[in-house]
Ligand binder design. Structure first.
Ligand code: ATP
Ligand code: MG
Length: 470
């Protein structure tokens, strides 16, 4: 049976005239055949529904809320000026459940009873909009007004948003960066002790958050090479490790030795360092983040080169040695290789990056412009890994919001070009749900850059609800 405004118990909630009917429904989507403009209500004639307009369908037990995601005139009616058939594709975003006395409750996600074919569709009335966008007792921040009715505030439920992953997507120039700046500024105003890290590939957020910003750039970043995992140091020193297996083997053999040498020198027992298998130091693997000297690594490579002279192909040793030399001389790599006073300042780095203590600067903006392009992916990977580890080992007690501007560059995606540690980042993404790391993704033109994704040309904040696998 078709629902009309006359059989809605609370008749003041919805405008009198339907603007269309449900013509197809599948999953969480539906098509609405819009009535011809001449037959529609005045409001529709004047403005017409636009993308983002909230529509309603009454299913007796609830008022289902539908958000317009696309509008079209079917091809076969393009020439017929009188017919002008128009179709709106809508997403069934949730519903206002109806109590037995007809009272409508506030918004809940999901739809308990689907609309049926032929059901009337109406534009949401002011009362419905108020209920749909009502934030009740949640801690919420106002970031503006909703477009459909500028008298109704648009608010974000901060705690709910930051306890999940969320994304802002939109086509180029649609206002993603401005939205992020606005959202984060508002969150910071109400949560001055938050811990936020923002990756800023275009250096555009440096002035956005005023005194609350800890600004990190290649000039003041100290990210020692020894905190890199083996895969990451291979990417920097060798590039594509699969193409140069001999050089990878050299690093695999000598990095643990260099680590043992440094630890032994710290303990004043240099002599014993070269003997493998003695106590704690023998447990140093290529991935353990303990300090070692690049000069020790070079010394080991040189010693081996001299020992093997005339016995073996020395090209991998020489190529690796040359690459290490050129990187150490390149000023763009100073943030990683220039620090001559080698000490275990990992804790200081963590404190600075993740604002422990906050000390009035709740957000760290990491400006990536100026970093060698071939190393940006590794730096991002290290920062993401540190955020993940911190959230995991603090058991969620220290929530961190990790904001990725231009996320298509970092999020695992075969076509995105970022090869470094995709598994780690994917793992971080899911496990972080349990451990207090919220990942804030900013996609530019999602449809163009991530084939298979639905492009959304307007502001959209989305939270993943999927639970990680145990
Ligand atoms: N709500 C708004 N109203 C009017 N103009 C806006 C609004 N938000 C952003 N703009 C303007 O739109 C332009 C693009 O904004 P912004 O840089 O945030 O877009 P973007 O989606 O991040 O673009 P890109 O994909 O290139 O990074 C800017 O000039 C900005 O001033
Ligand atoms: Mg932008």
């Amino acid at each position: 049976m078709t629902q009309t405004s006359s059989n809605i118990s609370n008749s003041t909630l919805l405008p009198a005239k339907a603007i269309g009917t449900i013509s197809a429904i599948s999953g969480s989507k539906a098509s609405v055949l819009l009535v011809a403009p001449a037959d529609a209500g005045a409001a529709v004639q004047d403005k017409g529904p636009f993308i983002g307009t909230l529509l309603t369908v009454d299913t007796t037990t609830a008022v289902v809320l539908c958000l317009i995601t696309s509008l079209k005139v079917p091809d076969n009616s393009l020439d017929d000026k009188t017919a002008r058939t128009r179709v709106a594709e809508v997403e069934l975003v949730g519903e206002l459940k109806r109590e037995s006395d007809g009272y409508l409750r506030t918004f809940t996600r999901g739809v308990s009873v689907y609309p049926r074919l032929g059901d009337d569709v109406l534009e949401a009335s002011r009362t419905v909009l108020e209920k749909a966008y009502h934030f009740g007792s949640f801690s919420a921040i106002e970031i503006g007004n909703i477009r459909q009715d500028p008298t109704i505030p648009a608010a974000l439920k901060v705690d709910e948003m930051l306890s999940k992953h969320f994304a802002i997507v939109g086509s180029t120039g649609s206002g993603k960066s401005c939205t992020v700046a606005l959202v984060l500024r508002t969150v910071l105003a109400s949560h001055p002790n938050a811990h936020m890290v923002m990756l800023d590939p275009h250096n555009e957020y440096g002035d956005c958050f005023g005194d609350a910003t800890e600004l990190i750039n290649p000039g003041n970043l100290n990210l020692p090479f020894w905190i890199l995992t083996f895969e990451e140091i291979v990417e920097i020193l060798i590039g594509n490790g699969e193409a140069h297996p001999d050089e990878v083997d050299i690093l695999r053999d000598f990095i643990p030795v260099a680590k043992r040498m440094f630890a032994a020198s710290q303990e004043g027992a240099q002599k014993t360092a070269r003997q493998p298998g003695n106590g704690r130091r023998s447990k140093f693997t290529v991935d353990v983040p303990v300090p070692y000297r690049m000069s020790d690594l070079i010394g080991l490579i040189d010693a081996e080169t001299g020992r093997l002279e005339m016995q073996k192909d020395l090209r991998p040793f020489k190529k690796l040695r040359a690459r290490i030399d050129s990187i150490r001389r390149d000023p763009r790599y100073n943030f990683m290789f220039a620090n001559l006073t080698l000490q275990d300042d990992f804790a200081l780095l963590l404190k600075r990056l993740f604002r422990i203590p906050v000390d009035g600067k709740a957000i760290t903006v990491v400006q990536l412009m100026g970093l060698p392009s071939e190393i940006v992916n590794v730096v991002v990977s290290v920062l993401a890994r540190m955020a993940f580890d911190l959230a995991l080992w603090s058991d969620g007690r220290m929530p961190v919001t990790f904001v990725c501007e231009e996320a298509h560059r970092y999020v695992p995606c075969e076509r995105c070009g970022f090869r470094a540690r995709p598994e780690k980042r994917r793992q971080a993404g899911w496990i972080a749900l349990l451990s207090g790391l919220s990942l804030y993704l900013l996609y530019a033109d999602a449809r163009r850059r991530r084939p298979g994704h639905q492009g959304v040309p307007v502001f959209l904040a989305a939270g993943y609800e999927k639970k990680p696998r145990a």
